[in-house]
Design a protein around this ligand. Structure first.
Ligand code: AMP
Ligand code: GLY
Length: 424
């Protein structure tokens, strides 16, 4: 069978690499994919934009695709799943209505409160003055979030009231995130450590994956602006165990059931961004797709056939999920200036890595440099190097050893991925 992956970043590179390894596929098609994905055996990149719903449906039909996986949130929120289902295609990804769990923070908060799913207190506003009055009443620290999708950048964790008020102005008055910020959610600051916990969901059947920890801030020590994610590792030994069972029981399963109760069919990845507080796990956000960069450190640990696993989940069968006991550590190379503005088209070459099985670069924003050997930068996040080893310390060492072999023109990376886990 043929599968189609929609998207073109690091997460989709990892999905393509893993799915190409499946025993049940003939070909993995990726739209729009990237030059790097076109180099994977049994993968073919199609020149179709992720926004072009009609062309994606047509391509999937022409290529006799039997399973579609949609990577990023934007096409999900725009209703690509709905359109494909109408055309009779089988999609692992939620409809636009179900994707509101990610595309509207207010919707997510309302449903969590209705079904007693643990999360911080909040209030939602479409009026900047009312938002500011609420902030003055609540005090700092406090969190201000643009309601809509803003590529992980619409969130301000404000240490002071002034900072929170500035964030309201930026989102609502200056429209820094466009329409996504025309309403804001102001939320209780939660203290603790973050954990990404994803499950494959079909209706009320919930199959949890192994956990990962992302590093959202741009710079070392958790400083600088929020990004899409600067590095990740899996598993998260100091947060696993009892917390995970609790999170599955109080968060992931109840959310799948809540959606069912609301008459919203959900098929796809339910991703809970958790804060492990003193009172237990609480939800920071829900996403409705594989995490990026979490996927790049989780999939290398999956020993089972991912395509078969997804088919089983959609058929209501218990999938066979085998995980390597290895740790996997991934560090992102980002363009200098990211998450703000940055230059594109800077040429670079890559050092040798170990075999694909234990170490590899996932490309997030690159193109082949057609004038010379090597690559050119094309995005904010450029590459992620993932390494696997028996311990997290060794996996991190393997990644940093390769990154430190050379200079990375126009790029930077965090030096402290996974460090907190090592100190526990
Ligand atoms: P989000 O896009 O909602 O995941 O937020 C981005 C980042 O902001 C999260 O990964 C957290 O580091 C931080 N954050 C969001 N909400 C809160 C909260 N209520 N309390 C503390 N930190 C938060
Ligand atoms: N790494 C966070 C996300 O995928 O939203």
């Amino acid at each position: 069978m043929n599968v189609l992956i929609v998207g073109g970043g690091g997460r989709e590179h990892a999905l393509a690499w893993k799915m190409a390894d499946s025993d049940v596929i003939d070909e993995v098609l990726i739209a729009p994919g990237s030059d790097a994905m076109g180099q994977i055996m049994d993968c073919r990149v199609l020149d179709v934009a992720e926004e072009d719903q009609e062309a994606l449906v047509q391509t999937a039909q022409d290529e006799e695709v039997e399973l579609v996986i949609i990577g990023p949130e934007a096409p999900l929120a725009a209703g690509l799943t709905d359109r494909m289902q109408q055309a009779g295609l089988r999609v692992f990804g939620p409809t636009a209505e179900a994707a509101r769990l990610e595309s509207s923070k207010q919707f997510a908060k309302e449903i969590m409160h209705k079904y007693n799913i643990p999360t911080g207190a909040y209030a939602a506003f479409t009026d900047a003055e009312e938002a500011k009055a609420y902030i003055r009443e609540q005090g700092a620290p406090i969190v201000v979030k643009a309601d809509g999708l803003a590529a992980g950048k619409g969130v301000t964790v404000a240490a002071t009231m002034d900072e929170a008020i500035e964030a309201v102005d930026a989102a609502m008055t200056e429209k820094a995130f466009g329409e996504a910020g025309s309403s804001v959610v102001v939320e209780e600051y939660l203290e603790g450590e973050e954990l990404s916990f994803m499950a494959l969901v079909h209706g009320t059947s919930v199959v949890p994956l192994v956990t990962a920890q992302d590093h959202k801030r741009a710079f070392d020590g958790g400083t600088g602006p929020n990004t899409g994610g600067m590095g990740a590792y899996s598993p998260v030994p100091h947060l696993d165990g009892a917390w995970l069972e609790q999170a599955e029981k109080t968060i992931l399963r109840p959310m799948a059931e809540a959606l069912e109760q609301e008459g919203i069919a959900f098929t796809g990845v339910l991703y809970a961004g958790l804060m492990i507080t003193e009172e237990g796990p609480k939800v920071i956000e829900f996403n409705v797709r594989f995490g990026d960069p979490e996927t790049q450190v989780i999939l290398p640990r999956l020993e089972s056939d991912l395509v078969q696993v997804l088919l089983d989940v959609m058929d209501g069968k218990e999938p066979e999920l085998q995980w390597s006991s290895n740790a996997c550590a991934g560090v992102v190379l980002a363009s200098e200036g990211y998450p703000g503005t940055y230059e594109k088209g800077i040429p670079f070459t890559m050092p040798m890595t170990r075999s694909d099985e234990i170490q590899q670069f996932f490309h997030a924003g690159t193109t082949v440099n057609s004038e010379e050997v090597g690559w050119k930068t094309k995005g904010g996040r450029v590459l992620l190097l993932a390494s696997q080893a028996p311990t997290l310390q060794e996996a991190l060492q393997m990644t940093y050893d390769v990154l430190r072999q050379k200079d990375w023109p126009g790029m930077f990376y965090r030096q402290d991925i996974g460090q907190r886990a090592l100190k526990k």
